[in-house]
Unconditional design. Structure first.
Length: 526
């Protein structure tokens, strides 16, 4: 990443675009660096604002990106929600070109230029700690993008060319680990420093917490490659845990919301486009889980928690669906309010990552069962007022997901209990770990969808109908296809990127890390 996007006019224009909610459709313009400037033209406040902008947009924070890039993809493919809007068919595995176009343009038109500006300028001006934090954030935001598409524009972004080549997902991941090595080394030498101040929307510049965040991201990425590069995965995971990961809910990484940077769900919930999934009801209700009323509201018609099967065709979407099924909890409902902070990496997830690592006989600082129980405990402490006694009772519960009294007489989607099955097979224990992680990750559906693709868990339900000729009712939506705007403006790059895939550019082709044998995947329940 040699070329620098350091024109103050570019930054000010981007900040203006943030206020106007605008974006661009022409990547060839985005990839051409304007005239360079010197640090004298950019004060600390402007640099901090650029970083804050890259944080908010890097997590697709505003309402439209939340709807387009989460609600139409991860939210339903992780089976957190089901679409109820009659004119939306993503729930039937249909991926319309305009949605990937928007997600691509929002990232490469907003996040990537701002982040590159911050990273390049801080490197040139010797601002080593700020540069290290920017690198960590680069790894975080780009890992979500590569897990969306697979090959992406990464090392060549900002090179001034109109035809830009992609990096393979394998190369991108290898660079992630190298980048984290570089960044963490600097941060550890400056652990008591503070950078970006109030402009840092995650930790307000606390470098000590950024170290834990960086190590936790390393752990997440290590488990992501556990099937394709098991030896490297173990090395990176053990390195992360030994260096110090997030262990307390007080250190959870969340993206601050404000009146000017609200949680997108607090807008899109009022559009009435989705409700709780059947998989969520089966699991949370069957487990008698105290997080159920913290995640969802009762359906207005019945006063009960009700989830809907995924993949409902338009002809079966009456206008009463929204009142018959459960919406998100009140904290995500008030319109025009900031809402809850957006989760990035939390203690509960980290414990479940460590639990899986321990299941694989890696040194994770505890047994799989101990870390699994701590993951549940951390999630309960984060979301509920449950007492220690109540949490312990839940951890020891033999409750299992329940069958549903719905129009399809849906059976329970799995029979695993909450209580860790110490004598169970590897797959049974893995299913328990990932299912509880899925519950704890809510509503971070991007991560939950990635884990469902990687492991096959939670099992979930088969969708009711599909509009995608490549995907059947029991298939998983594996990746988003390359965008129409890229095919139009960067045809050579897309052609090269397609050659980096394991199959054709469609939604069935699996990503580089998605190599668990299909024979080991459970079949979603009909």
């Amino acid at each position: 990443m040699k070329e620098r996007i350091t024109d103050r006019r570019f930054i000010l224009l981007s900040l203006l675009l943030l206020m106007l909610g605008a974006c661009t459709d022409h990547f060839d313009d985005l990839n051409t660096p304007p005239n360079q400037t010197t640090a004298e033209n950019v004060d600390g406040s402007l640099l901090g604002q650029a970083f804050a902008y890259a944080q908010y947009w890097g997590h697709f924070g505003p309402a439209s990106p939340t709807q387009t890039c989460s609600s139409h993809y991860g939210d339903i493919y992780a089976q957190y929600f089901t679409q109820t809007a009659e004119n939306f068919d993503s729930d039937q595995f249909q991926s319309l070109g305009r949605r990937p176009n928007s997600c691509w343009n929002w990232f490469y038109g907003n996040t990537a230029p701002q982040l590159k500006f911050v990273e390049d300028l801080t490197a040139e001006e010797g601002m080593v700690v700020q540069n290290a934090v920017a690198k960590v954030w680069r790894v975080y935001v780009y890992h979500r993008i590569t897990d969306f598409w697979g090959p992406i524009i990464y090392s060549q972004f900002g090179n001034g060319e109109t035809s830009v080549m992609y990096d393979s997902q394998e190369d991108v991941y290898m660079d992630f680990f190298e980048t984290l090595d570089e960044a963490i080394a600097v941060l550890e030498q400056n652990a008591n420093a503070s950078v970006f101040g109030i402009h840092d929307q995650v930790y307000e510049g606390n470098v000590g917490q950024w170290i834990k965040f960086a190590n936790s991201i390393r752990l997440r990425l290590a488990l992501r490659i556990s099937y394709v590069e098991p030896a490297l995965a173990q090395t990176e995971a053990e390195k992360a845990v030994n260096a110090g990961v997030i262990e307390s809910v007080n250190d959870n990484a969340t993206l601050l919301v404000t009146d000017n940077s609200a949680n997108g769900y607090n807008v899109i919930t009022n559009w009435g486009e989705f409700r709780m999934s059947a998989a969520m009801q089966s699991t949370l209700e069957g487990y008698d889980d105290p997080r159920l009323p913290e995640y969802f509201n009762e359906a207005s018609t019945s006063g009960e928690f009700r989830g809907l099967r995924n993949g409902l065709p338009r002809t079966l979407k009456p206008g009463t669906l929204n009142s018959d099924y459960s919406d998100m909890d009140d904290k995500w409902l008030p319109a025009n309010t900031p809402g809850p902070n957006r989760p990035l990496v939390r203690a509960a997830e980290v414990y479940f990552l460590r639990a899986e690592g321990a299941l694989r006989n890696w040194d994770m600082g505890g047994t799989a069962e101990e870390l699994y129980n701590e993951g549940i405990r951390a999630s309960m402490l984060e979301y509920t007022a449950a007492t220690t006694t109540e949490i312990d009772a839940y951890i020891q519960s033999m409750n299992t997901p329940t069958a549903l009294n719905d129009p399809w007489s849906s059976p329970a989607h799995t029979d695993i209990p909450v209580r860790y099955d110490a004598l169970g097979s590897f797959e049974r224990q893995l299913e328990q770990i990932i299912t509880q992680k899925w519950i704890a990750l809510y509503p971070d559906s991007w991560e939950a969808w990635s884990e469902r693709r990687r492991t096959g868990y939670p099992v979930g339900y088969a969708i009711l109908s599909t509009l995608n000729p490549d995907l059947g009712l029991t298939d998983l939506f594996r990746r988003v296809g390359f965008t129409e705007v890229e095919y139009a403006n960067n045809a050579a790059g897309v052609e090269q990127a397609t050659g980096l895939l394991s199959g054709p550019d469609n939604n069935k082709t699996r990503l580089w890390w998605d190599v668990k044998p299909l024979s080991a995947y459970p079949t979603p329940v009909d």
